[in-house]
Design a protein around this ligand. Structure first.
Ligand code: PRP
Ligand code: URA
Length: 206
């Protein structure tokens, strides 16, 4: 399933991020804010279980999340969405998957991975602002599945159809969420209109 959010706040913030003159500070802030807005919707189907609570007035049965949530940023750029998500799910754990895309071949290369204990029973939310060829997302989901993860969502900001097709081909069980479905990839594998190199814009590198 692919969901492309059609929300005025997300569109407004994404337009700020796309502007090449937007500062590193504003880029980071808007990315985290969109991360919060998107995860609010992507977690709509999380299971809850009953919990007995005592209000100041009486006893009642309330709800608590039934499963652990593990946020899985694809380094580096995925880190830019973590705070916004963790702000909404404060008990979530954060795994790290380090991948970089070779600039010539566009193939992903793994350089780091670290997971919490409970991945196999948790809801795993893989996050990366950019879904271009989809190679990095496919590789990251492969890695999380090797840890036993069975319930995985992919949350990206900007994607193209090629990336969606690649993820759906390799991981048809993974729901994909996007803030925008953009037009195409250019000859260098960059998303057009896109927002440029997300990692460089988050961290101020070149
Ligand atoms: C970017 C982006 C994704 C990947 C998308 O990362 O953050 O991880 O490219 O491209 P793909 O869909 O074609 O795989 P990059 O490799 O530039 O690393 P960085 O986040 O460290 O800048
Ligand atoms: N990675 C990025 O950071 N931007 C793109 O447009 C494509 C891949």
């Amino acid at each position: 399933m692919v969901t492309v959010f059609d929300h005025p706040l997300i569109k407004h913030k994404l337009s700020i991020m796309r502007d090449k003159n937007t500062s590193t500070k504003d880029f980071r802030e808007n990315l985290n804010e969109i991360g919060s807005l998107m995860v609010y919707e992507t977690t709509r189907d999380l299971p809850v279980k009953d919990v007995e609570i005592e209000t100041p007035m009486t006893e009642m049965t309330g709800s608590t999340l039934a499963k652990d949530v593990v946020v899985v940023p694809i380094l580096r750029a995925g880190l830019g969405m973590v705070q916004g998500i963790v702000d909404l799910i404060p008990n979530s754990k954060v795994a790290h998957v380090g991948l970089y895309r070779d600039e010539e071949t566009l193939q992903p290369h793994t350089y780091f991975e670290k997971y919490p204990k409970n991945v196999s029973d948790a809801i795993c939310i893989v996050v990366d602002p950019m879904l271009a060829t989809g190679g990095s997302a496919v590789a990251a989901i492969d890695m999380v599945k090797k840890q036993g993860a069975k319930n995985i969502k992919l949350v990206c900001l900007v994607g193209v159809q090629e990336g969606i097709d690649n993820v759906e081909k390799h991981h048809p069980d993974v729901d994909i969420y996007l803030a925008s479905l953009d037009e195409k990839l250019n000859d260098q594998g960059y998303i057009v209109p896109g927002l440029g190199d997300a990692g460089d814009r988050i961290f101020g590198t070149k």
